[in-house]
Design a protein around this ligand. Sequence first.
Ligand SMILES: Nc1nc2c(ncn2[C@@H]2O[C@H](COP(=O)(O)OP(=O)(O)O)[C@@H](O)[C@H]2O)c(=O)[nH]1
Ligand SMILES: [Mg+2]
Length: 321
Amino acid sequence: MRNVPSLELVDRVAAGDIGAIARMITRAESGQEECRPALAEIYRRTGRAHIVGITGVPGSGKSTLMGKLTATIRTTGRKVAVVAIDPSSPFSGGAILGDRIRMNELAGDKGIFIRSMATRGSLGGLARATLDAVDVLDAAGFDLILIETVGVGQDEVDIVQAAHTTIVVSAPGLGDDIQAIKAGILEIADIHVVSKCDRPDSNKTIVDLKGMMTLGLNFSGNSNWRVPVIATSALKLEGIAELVEAIGQHRKALESSDELDARRKRIAERRMLKTAEEILRDEFEKHRDGKVSALVSQMLAHKTNPYSAAQDLLAEIRMEK
Ligand SMILES: Nc1nc2c(ncn2[C@@H]2O[C@H](COP(=O)(O)OP(=O)(O)O)[C@@H](O)[C@H]2O)c(=O)[nH]1
Ligand SMILES: [Mg+2]
C-alpha cells in the first residue's frame, strides 16, 4: 500500500480497512500535499461520529481509563477509536490501553483502532494533524472517537475543544487543590471524572469538585445539561459503565438543543483558523530567505513596521497564488 495514491485509499478507509486507515493517518500527520485531495474527500464523508475529548494533568489516569472505557463501549457493539496525544506516556507498558484491546487488535477486531500521534517536530501542526486523523476515523465508520490529551498547553486545549463531549479527569493524591483549576481546564468539562476512586483519599476530590459544581461553577454553557461528577476506578472497573451512560446522555442533550449545531460551528471555525495559521507558518518559512528577510532588513532600518511588513508579506503570498 506504500505507493498507492492517497485518493485510492479513500474507499478502503470508508470500508474500515485498518491498514488503509493507518496509512492515511500517517500521511495526514506528515502534512504531505499529495494527500490533500484525499483528505478533502474524507472530510466530505465525516459528521457521523461522536467525538469525545479526555483531558487532565499527566498521571491522572487518562490512558488507563481510556482502555477500560474503550473495552466497555466495544461490548455494546459500537466501533470505537482512540487518538492519544501524550508525549509523557506514549503507550508505555501494556497497562496503558489494556491487554484486552491489544488482543482484540491482534485478533483483527475492526471495531477498535488505537493511534498515538507523533508530537515531536510538529510545531503548531499538532491540532491540524490530530483533527485530520479524527476525520479519517469518522469517515471509516467509527461510532465514537476518543481523543486523549494532557491538559497543558494551548494546542491540547484546542484539540480537546474540537470534541462534542469533553471529559476532565482529576485524580486524588496529586496535591490538595483541584488540578483542573490550576491547569485552567475546569470550565471546559461537560463531564467531570474523579479517577482512582479505589483510593481512600478520592472522597475529598469528589466532595471538592461537587462543591464547586453546586457553587455554580457549572460552565458547560448548555442550560440543558448539568455537569456530572463521576467517580471511576479503572482498577476495580467501577464507574466506567456510568461514564459511558453519561457520554450518551450528553450526546442526547446536545441533540435535543441547539448546542450540537453550535458546537459543530465552533469546531469548524477553529479548524479553519488552525489550518490558516499552519498555511501562514509554512508560507513564512518558504519566504524566510526572500521576502521575509528583505522586510526584516527594512524593519531594522525603521523603514517599515511589523504591521505593514505583515501586510506586505500577505500581499506577496496572495500574488503567488
Ligand atoms: N489506584 C489506581 N491507580 C490507577 C488507576 N488508574 C490509573 N492508575 C495509575 O495511575 C498512574 C497514571 O496512569 P495513566 O493512565 O498513565 O495516567 P495519564 O498520564 O493520565 O494517562 C499509573 O501508575 C496507573 O497505574 C485506578 O483506577 N486506580
Ligand atoms: Mg496517558
